[in-house]
Write a new protein. Sequence first.
Length: 575
Amino acid sequence: MKTKVLAKIITDANLLAPDQLNSAIASAEQQNSELEHFLIEENLLSENVLYEAIANYYKLPFVDLKQSTIRKDVLEAVPEPLVQVHQVVAYDMDTKKIKLATLDPRDLQTFEFIKKKTGLNPEISITTPSSIKNALSQFHKGLSATFKEITKETESIEAEGGKKLSELAEDLPIVRIVDSMLEYAIFENASDIHIEPQENDLIVRYRIDGRLKQVMTLPKNTQSGIIARIKILSNLKIDEHRLPQDGRFTITSKDYKVAFRVSILPVYDGEKAVLRLLNESAQVLTLEQLGLQPRPLEILKRNIKKPHGIILVTGPTGSGKTTTLYTVLNILNKPEVNISTVEDPIEYRMPKINQSQVSPKIGFTFANGLRSLLRQDPNIIMVGEIRDNETAEIAANAAMTGHLVLSTLHTNDAVTALPRLGEMGVPSFLIASTTNILMAQRLVRKICLHCIQSYTLSKAAVEDLNKQFNVEYILKTLEREGAIMSAATPIESLLFYRGKGCKQCNHEGYKGRIGIYEILEVTHEVADLILNKGTTEDLRRAAQKQGMLTMAEDGFIKAKYGITTIEEVLRVTKE
């Protein structure tokens, strides 16, 4: 929709103040984003409010299909490609008329085409992008149904020795199984696909929101063909079965561009394949979208403006460290600075940033890569991970000689990252003088907004919580951060939230993930402790004294606000 028309609709409906609207228009243009997308993404307006205003402007009814199940014959009256391209879906019909929900009521050509195709008179309503997405999801049969249909065809596949592997990989049932597997993984927002050979069958599991979930068991006779198909897509040797192999391929469509990072490993019953999905069409998040609380956000913003020093992000594998670093790099990515990275592997391609990938086989390690980067006149350096003392020392020296260095480290929290650098052989004076901030993080699952409900903690739950946390201190933190009125309020009387489980979240009660963080700023007090070889406990007390919000406290704030659950916070902070 043209910005001028949408601005008039918003003004007429009095949805935003004029200065707010003008600011949003300018920001949307700057980010090369459509105004309606910008308003929804930045939470300036909700989808329903915006599209109801559009419906009122065009004097058309508004319909919300986000949780509606559309009858199969009605849904298929408008083919899936037409729904995708023209954003119009059929949601009801009788012998005379067909009810269409659309985002664009001016698309008369499409409505006329549907009228000719169905022989029914269209009745137009306005809906939301989420409603169209929900309708599109209904075109996809259940995963089990799809695989059941395909695996019937696999009965015709010959035994492993009957065909060459290259021929087996081109068999239509095998191609369909692999295509469906990849398509559903993208559709379900999976981060990884695990294809695991067993003695008598083949198990397929997806990692969704950090949890592995078995989605299908396939016949054993499909194993060789599926692995050969994945090897061909990844440009790997299909006749190599004894050595691990790594590869990569990309799937591109109008709606997405997803890279698959492939790892093949020989195991007892064959070869196991793990495919990591990297959504290259996903937008880089803003610092606000990462989910930082106001004070830690302010600390991070202040420190990334510094011209030199080290910013370290710590946490286990899969805790979102790379996403945080890319978010920071995206903010720092200006024409006047030279940014270079050395990564293993390069997960996302970022324009105007010089990214290089380590290759230990040929001697291109993090340490060697970092040494070479320093001869490339960089202002900002990102090192994928500090794994050894050589890399740690070069990074610290680079920070001391006027570079801003961003990197990751595997420690459980922010405070223990400081002694870890010392254990790696970095002198105390270098750690104290070059480290700007240490940021630890975990990912927690978000409560599904379609089935969220409130509850109070039971007596047993409160007792269990008291064993694991200082509840009194957490209540004081909640009061300080404005999440509750008074720390004197008993925790059992506070409202918390959880997901009941619904169709939208596959009855899990969770949909999507968000980070919980702790940021330790290296102030003069902390620097003095590092120089005087202070213990981890000394550092922790100093961090608390300067008001550091721990991951658990950040998690409890998010649980109080209904973003995640207490169970999730306990799971990721106590594992």
